[in-house]
Design a protein around this ligand. Sequence first.
Ligand code: DSN
Length: 429
Amino acid sequence: MSTSPLDAWITDDDEIASLLHQDWDRQTTTVQLIASENFASPSVLAATGSILTNKYSEGYPGRRYYGGNQVVDEVEDLARRRLTALFGADHANVQPHCGANANVAVYEALLNAGDTILAMRLDQGGHLTHGSPASITSKFWKFVSYGVTPRSDDPEKPGEIIDFDNVRALAHEHRPKLIVAGATAYAREIDPVPFREIADEVGALLMFDSAHVAGLIAGGSHPDPVPYADVVTFTTHKTLRGPRGGAIICREEFAKKIDSAVFPGQQGGPLEHVIAAKAVAFKEASQPSFSIYTQQVVANCKAFGRALASEGFRLVSGGTDNHMLLLDLRDFDAELTGKVAQEVLDRAGITTNRNTIPDDPRSAFITSGLRVGTAAETTAGMKEKEFETIASFMARALRHRDDDLALAAVRHEVAALCADFNPYSNFTK
Ligand code: DSN
């Protein structure tokens, strides 16, 4: 049983070798709570670091612009077959280098420049590619944005959930060609059914951006958008636990347009070493053990949320149904910003990211919120009890944020916890 994948990273570049070892130390002696991160398996790491990086293969299996692609064709076909089988989809494109590329390729495939897209606003939980003014998407297409319902402190009727009345009203007013479901900072289930209904009412296509929840969908721990959406995009490295990258699945009628939009529309040579690693991850995600993993991710997140709430943090939307929690820090401490909390927790060995909360009075650089997730440390074997302990570490660190000794003490206890949960002792060959 391997406790470190570093032996596989033989390099005669001392500086890079040293940096890899430093990040190995960071990854295994501090707690990884970034909701979009995970620990990829040794097989995924090996494929990503493989000789397929040497090959040029612009085009698609059977239709390449370079010779010597007989084996690569088999690799990419295998990845596509495994992906369509995993999600029950008609067609798969495994070439997008990242989730943003996947989303832009869908817009390019299905729309003309200037067409209207209805998507979730960034500060309400959406993604940059859902039309943020900072994203190139807003320069080519016209975005109309929906948001979440107002905050509610009634546990029976939680607020800050997708406002389907708002989605429907905007859809009828603006008649978008495409509606985008999906989010990047949203802790609740996203039901694809009302999105489909609204899209049908106004004759729009429906794209489900499942970047965050793709692994949960594969494992049966989140509603499945595939029967409802025309196109589903995702990243392969978050809850899906594969290599860093993107992918698209769609109905057969859109297959050709999607493929042309990815290549040659947007990208050149595909990263076949990463595509091989995606194939490995798709196989891993089809195993019964992966389903058990995703159930544990969600159970851990619910326990983590309860423990954080009992420490005085307000959970945006009152809780979680998935792998992430969005914390409103203002109830814990009105002076504490997301930026300061992220920096203090870093010093205490707890890796998180600051995030805006709905209607945040602070800027996206400062924020009043913090986003945390359970996908990575669940891979390392942590369960509810460990996440309750981490909640208490977070509260202690943030309460004593000006006390170096207190932060050092938390960091020491975090390292002791991590010592029992090496992410690479759980993977079987
Ligand atoms: N990086 C993604 C995330 O952290 O959710 C957004 O692009």
